[in-house]
Design a protein around this ligand. Structure first.
Ligand code: FAD
Length: 362
């Protein structure tokens, strides 16, 4: 890890319980900040974050994991160790193998070490949560923030179904008429964050039923802890869920949120969504009961419709989870056959015997 000429060496593997927490803790203890913050904080590892090019709420301002990796060491078939990049800020020598490995979901190589870029930690971070009657008003508020050029660190949303599932644990009682939540964060130096917080409250406050903008560190922490638990609260509704992570252009976000619920209705499944609004990245979700396999089948048909929707709206089938096994090949909906042939050729060059995560992704 490297910041402004200071380097903190962490020697160890990039995989292992708690490794990601270790990176965050060391950064924090040194007044530094590693921005990527995908959910599942207790489980996911830096190696997995790099392999999926993971995002998270703060990717809106700071970018996804790949933006913070300056070098990688990886084992590639049949078993050679390669290093690309390193503790350097710029590197345009050769083709960009580092970026190929990032997000390759373990299909090209196994990441064994990484050089991560860090920032001086922002002096202050203030969340602003605003509740609206419904999706239309909420999405107008999101567009107001983005359209005003306010550089917020995070810009998240929860729709009505998600609020029903998770609202009970929100740090303060949720307005009874609320059917949509927008959660933004203003960060920077103390004075920058204060000014931005005021601008965000003004932009989100228009049309809002209620605005909650805590400053107390313990309440701020409780708010983000609550946001981390949203996915689990949704799962708890029926014991299971099928959740996708489609991306759409920002001006189609409201339509994608509403059509997620309609797709669920067509397949007789409760549906909801939440996610990284500023990035147009929705966790469109169908609730299922684990004891009813036919619901899982219907949820998978509903997911297919979501992928069609993402392509129709000019978006992508995945903004951060990747395609893995379940969604393998789905990106044919958004890529030309030639682009897919090139990807297959790249896989063939790295892994001619198809040893690494066979069948995944392509
Ligand atoms: C509650 C919840 C919330 C989530 N929120 C987010 C979110 O906000 N943003 C987001 O992006 N994701 C999110 N995710 C998805 C998941 O946490 C991320 O995709 C995460 O990056 C996966 O990391 P992992 O260590 O768990 O990898 P795994 O799930 O173990 O592996 C993911 C893939 O990477 C490969 N892989 C793992 N380690 C390596 C390695 N060292 N080298 C090469 N390949 C490897 C695996 O083979 C697999 O194909 C969420 C998941 C849950 C359960």
């Amino acid at each position: 890890m490297n910041v402004e000429g200071r380097r903190i060496e962490i020697r160890g593997v990039v995989q292992g319980v708690g490794f990601r927490h270790w990176v965050y803790r060391l950064a924090r203890e040194n007044g530094l900040y590693y921005p990527p913050d995908p959910g599942a904080a207790e489980q996911s590892q830096i190696g997995g974050n790099i392999a999926t090019n993971a995002g998270g709420p703060h990717a809106f301002k700071y970018g996804v994991t790949g933006a913070w990796v300056t070098g990688l060491e990886a084992v590639v078939p049949p078993g050679e160790v390669i290093a690309v990049g390193g503790p350097i800020r710029k590197d345009v020598a050769g083709y960009d193998l580092k970026s190929l490995l990032i997000g390759s979901e373990g299909t090209l190589g196994i990441v064994t070490a990484a050089w991560l870029r860090l920032l001086p930690a922002p002096e202050a971070s203030y969340p602003v949560a605003a509740f609206y009657e419904g999706t239309t008003a909420g999405c107008r508020a999101i567009e107001r923030v983005v359209g005003s050029g306010l550089v917020v660190a995070a810009l998240e949303y929860l729709d009505a179904g998600t609020l029903t599932a998770a609202g009970g644990a929100f740090p303060v009682p949720v307005h009874a008429g609320a059917g949509f939540l927008v959660l933004a964060e203003a960060d920077g130096s103390q004075s920058e964050a204060e000014v931005l917080r005021g601008d965000v409250v003004a932009a989100l406050g228009d049309e809002a039923l209620d605005v909650f903008a805590p400053r107390e560190p313990e309440v701020v922490r409780a708010l983000w802890r609550w946001r981390d638990g949203v996915s689990i609260a949704v799962t708890a509704q029926r014991g299971g869920k099928v959740s996708e992570d489609i991306v759409v252009p920002l001006d189609r976000l409201a339509e994608a949120i509403e059509r997620t619920v309609e797709i669920g209705q067509r397949h007789e499944l409760p549906a909801c969504s939440w996610g990284h609004a500023g990035d147009g990245n929705l966790h469109s979700t169908f609730l299922v009961s684990p004891t009813r396999p036919e619901e899982l089948e219907r949820a998978s048909q509903a997911s297919e419709e979501l992928f069609v929707l993402a392509a129709e709206l000019g978006g992508s089938i995945s903004g951060e989870h990747g395609t893995g096994w379940v969604k393998r090949g789905q990106f044919r909906r958004q890529l030309s056959p030639k682009a897919i042939d090139l990807m297959a050729a790249i896989k063939g060059q790295f892994d001619p015997k198809g040893l690494l995560n066979p069948g995944k992704k392509l």
